[in-house]
Design a protein around this ligand. Structure first.
Ligand code: ZN
Length: 85
């Protein structure tokens, strides 16, 4: 199942696009694939308190891309299983 990752401008009060739930600012772990898989911790997001959908500001996603494309510190590495159903 694909998880929708809508991108739009965040305001202080936001309602989810997929349910009536309110969103709350959180720090989340996000995955990015840019030729290889990156696990990015501590990403600011608005998270729906009802259904859990995450909303990222476009500037946050740009910042992650710039961070990964530049020389960056690596906290650790993981071995990842790829499975299919
Ligand atoms: Zn929701």
């Amino acid at each position: 199942m694909r998880i929708p990752v809508p991108t739009r401008r965040l305001s202080t009060k936001m309602t989810c696009d997929f349910c009536p739930g309110p969103t709350r600012p959180r720090r989340v772990t996000e995955h990015r694939y840019k030729g290889r898989l990156y696990v990015v911790e501590n990403v600011p997001a608005e998270v729906c308190s009802e259904c859990g959908v995450r909303y990222f500001h476009a500037s946050t996603l740009d910042m992650i891309d710039r961070f990964l494309e530049s020389d960056h510190p690596v906290k650790g590495t993981l071995q990842v299983e790829v499975v299919t159903l």
